[in-house]
Design a binder for this molecule. Structure first.
Ligand code: CAA
Ligand code: NAD
Length: 294
């Protein structure tokens, strides 16, 4: 399968990273956002990442310009009609994702591949809203996309083997190390990671330790690159809250249930790094643990 033109839906935390790695691999990338403000912000994130790369001596200014040259943005979904693959990275909400894929089904060419970067929603359910579920896969990237090597390539019971293999090969061309997964809530990684993150919040709620000590415990005791509460802020507490709800609905197991503290923080607009405050306040360097959470 010949993939040249890539479409990305959403230019938030993940969509911007996915668009960036596709552009770095030389694909012609068109990314769709809901309005110009979000688009500008998302493309700005890519520019800033590459600029930091230039500062660090990891990327040349010429290479940065070349990568940016492969990237364009739009607010019109119809502009994606000529794409060979579309990777959806909009918010973790099934109604929204169904709507997007139904619209794409009426737009894309017959050989196009439909892919979702969902963390926890059913690939099968999204595929079923199209008239060609055999051309649908999950491509689950990890945050931060430009630095994390893994992509979970997910098949539904209806995914055609050649489409699955084409998606796997595409992940390899992006320089990623793909793994194969079947379509169950959270696939492989989030099935293991999400209960751990939620347990860290429960430990905080139950007064087992402070924010800093819970994080330090897992960094120094287990060699994790960041502690669970820092990682939650990094992923986004809003996104984690959606994921927990979806996984709880799938498995009906307490380990996937969102702790009340997570719900309260989302209600308070404390989404983590992206909103400036979560378990830590990012208004100062180094970020300070938030008081008054428990
Ligand atoms: N351009 C080029 N290279 C860059 C760069 C840039 N802008 N920024 C960083 N780098 C390079 C650095 O130079 C460095 O390279 P070397 O190893 O060759 O020196 C490397 O990337 C690491 O960068 P840093 O040293 O700045 O950062 P770090 O060592 O503190 O690591 C991290 C940062 C990779 C994010 C690390 O903290 C980490 O792995 N954290 C855990 C992330 C994680 O668990 N992600 C998964 C989230 S869950 C998910 O995604 C699934 C879901 O559905 C929710
Ligand atoms: P985010 O909130 O940072 O970004 C979502 C973006 O989608 C926003 O900019 C929003 O304006 C845009 N959007 C909403 N509706 C849209 C539409 N109809 N068309 C185009 N854009 C639209 O969220 P995120 O963290 O980037 O998560 C995106 C997806 O990736 C979710 O499904 C999430 O579960 C998944 N994911 C997240 C992470 C993570 O660590 N945050 C990791 C892997 C997968």
């Amino acid at each position: 399968m010949d993939i040249k033109r890539v479409g990305v839906i959403g230019c938030g935390l993940m969509g911007s990273g996915i668009a960036q790695v596709c552009a770095e691999a030389g694909f012609d990338v068109l990314v769709r956002e809901v309005d110009e403000t979000f688009l500008k912000k998302g493309l700005g994130k890519i520019d800033a990442f590459l600029a930091k790369g230039v500062e660090k001596g990891k990327v040349t200014a010429e290479r940065k310009a070349e990568v940016m040259g492969h990237l364009r943005g739009t607010t019109a979904l119809e502009d994606l009609a000529d794409r060979d693959i579309v990777i959806e990275a909009a918010v973790e909400n099934i109604a929204l994702k169904r709507e997007v894929f139904q619209a794409l089904d009426g737009l894309l060419g017959k050989d196009a591949i439909f892919a979702s970067n969902t963390s926890s929603l059913s690939i099968t359910e999204m595929a079923a809203v199209t008239r060609r579920p055999e051309r649908f896969v999950g491509l689950h990237f990890f945050n931060p996309v430009p630095l994390m090597k893994l992509v979970e390539v997910v098949r539904s019971p209806l995914t055609a083997p050649e489409v699955f293999e084409a998606a796997y090969a595409f992940a390899l061309v992006l320089g990623k190390q793909p793994i194969r997964a079947n379509d169950t809530g959270g696939f492989i990684v989030n099935r293991l990671l999400v209960p751990y993150l939620l347990d860290a919040i429960r430990a905080l709620e139950e007064g087992v330790g402070s924010i800093e000590d819970i994080d330090r415990g897992m960094v120094l005791g287990c060699g994790h690159p960041m502690g669970p509460l820092t990682l939650l802020d990094f992923v986004g507490l809003d996104t984690t809250y959606f994921i927990a709800g979806i996984m709880f609905d799938e498995f009906h197991e307490k380990r996937f249930a969102a702790p009340p503290l997570l719900k309260r923080m989302v209600q308070a607009g404390l989404f983590g790094r992206k909103s400036g405050k979560g378990f830590y306040d990012y208004g100062q360097e180094p970020p300070r643990p938030m008081s008054q959470l428990v």
